[in-house]
Design a binder for this molecule. Structure first.
Ligand SMILES: NC(=O)c1ccc[n+]([C@@H]2O[C@H](COP(=O)([O-])OP(=O)(O)OC[C@H]3O[C@@H](n4cnc5c(N)ncnc54)[C@H](OP(=O)(O)O)[C@@H]3O)[C@@H](O)[C@H]2O)c1
Length: 409
């Protein structure tokens, strides 16, 4: 059997871990780049979470773990390691990333997302001198340029608008990937997944950014009110959220994303940029409704700016907004993502994108809320109950959290 070897960065992360498990099941040998101490142990723990016992024997036999950091030239790999990799790697899958978005993290984000991508392209180019190597870059659908309200499967021109530092860095990295293709004929593919959520059947995920940060912010407020108001909490949040109810959010399950990437990687294809987006996006208003149902609360109003002009924000609303700063712009407008190139390669009959309905979101929300519940339980009540309610109406309660929130972020 012709066993391919994939070099995967970001293998301990959300996309990288599901991708690594998927590739192993497809018969690949995977060499995973993991930074920091105890790389093999950390990766094994994540893969067990993703795949349970199923991966057991495969793990030992076909998974290699190598310590390294994308911020360093040659990823900080020894000469011996580089030489060995140059003789075995057929595919490079670059999933490592920094999700920071605030301008104060500019240097760090550039080092991870832009320079880190260049380091990997340089290595792939060198390996390609001795054997054919394909480079797969995991970007984001939000790096796409917009024309007539449609996000295109094209490279964004220099100076194209970006909502934040993260999006800008992904556009820059994509330009580098395309430059290596054009200058050095490196075979490259850019995947642009939309907002990724848990597995279709289990709701499972391993890191909780994007949509999950909004869910966490709501759950945190509910928890605080439960602790502080006790029986007086009527489960009405009285929370206004700056959002456009009819905005469509493009959610895609992780299992769809990894299978779509793999299918594209094996198909003969035109073009190098592929949108892994849902042809039936979900409305923001429905997403909040599903979250409220799961948390057994009411009282989230999606409002425009004029609402806050008419009545200033409560401290409760300010806290929510602080916790969802990164996600806030995405609640106001969402483009339609063109998937023509992707669907020419992987027709919907072969791999349909699951519908994001109430049942699907129940699984996704439940999986994460169970994890949050365990984290809440681990926090001594005093750190939460030190928050002093200043009034009996939830909208007026003072909810300054202890430093760091005390909860996972
Ligand atoms: N999650 C989404 O909703 C979403 C949506 C669209 C596109 N994407 C894209 O998908 C890709 C993967 O995202 P993700 O959600 O899987 O991210 P993630 O869960 O935050 O994982 C990031 C991975 O990168 C690793 N990493 C970070 N800095 C590194 C460094 N300096 N050297 C080596 N490894 C490093 C992390 O390792 P540690 O374990 O050590 O932290 C982790 O394994 C990214 O390109 C992202 O832009 C994600």
């Amino acid at each position: 059997m012709d066993r391919r070897t994939a070099f995967v960065t970001g293998a301990t992360g959300f996309v990288g871990s599901f991708l690594t498990a998927f590739l192993l099941h497809q018969g690949y040998r995977v060499v995973a780049l993991v930074r920091g101490p105890l790389p093999r142990q950390r990766l094994t723990e994540v893969l067990c979470e993703v795949d349970g016992e199923r991966l057991g024997p495969t793990l030992a036999a076909r998974l290699e773990v190598i310590g390294g950091d994308v911020r360093h030239a040659q990823l900080g790999l020894s000469e011996d390691a580089q030489r060995w990799l140059s003789t075995v790697v057929d595919e490079v899958w670059h999933c490592a990333t920094s999700f920071k978005f605030h301008p104060c993290h500019r240097d760090e984000v550039i080092a991870h997302n832009v320079t880190g991508t260049k380091h990997l392209l340089d290595l792939t180019f060198r390996w390609q001198q001795s054997r054919p190597v394909s480079f797969f870059y995991v970007s984001t659908a939000y790096a796409a340029p917009l024309r007539e309200g449609v996000a295109r499967e094209e490279l964004a021109p220099v100076g194209a608008p970006a909502r934040n530092l993260y999006e800008w860095s992904k556009q820059e990295a994509e330009r580098l990937v395309v430059a290596y293709h054009e200058r050095y004929a490196l075979p490259v593919t850019i995947f642009r997944p939309a907002i990724i959520v848990g597995h279709t059947h289990t709701g499972k995920a391993v890191r909780f950014t994007g949509y999950y940060e909004v869910l966490r912010a709501v759950a945190l407020l509910v928890r605080n009110l439960e602790v502080n108001l006790g029986r007086q909490f009527d489960r009405n949040l009285h929370l206004r959220v700056r959002a456009q109810p009819e905005t469509a959010l493009n959610l895609v399950p992780i299992d769809f994303v990894v299978e779509a990437m793999w299918r594209v990687s094996r198909a003969s294809r035109e073009g190098i940029i592929f949108h892994l987006a849902n042809e039936t996006p979900v409305l923001v208003t429905d997403l909040f409704q599903y979250a409220c149902e799961e948390l057994e609360v009411t009282g989230i109003d999606l409002v425009g700016e004029e609402s806050f002009r008419a009545r200033p924000m409560t401290s409760f609303e300010r806290l929510f907004e602080r916790r969802t700063r990164f996600q806030a712009p995405y609640l106001l407008d969402g483009p339609w993502f063109d998937t023509t190139q992707f669907r020419a390669c992987v027709p919907a009959q072969v791999l349909p994108c699951p519908t994001i309905d109430a049942a699907f979101m129940r699984r996704v929300n439940r999986y994460y809320l169970a994890i949050l519940d365990r984290q809440f339980e681990a926090i001594p009540l005093t750190s939460v109950s030190s928050i002093v309610p200043s009034a009996t109406r939830p909208g007026q309660v003072s909810l300054a959290l202890p430093p760091g929130g005390g909860l996972a972020s």
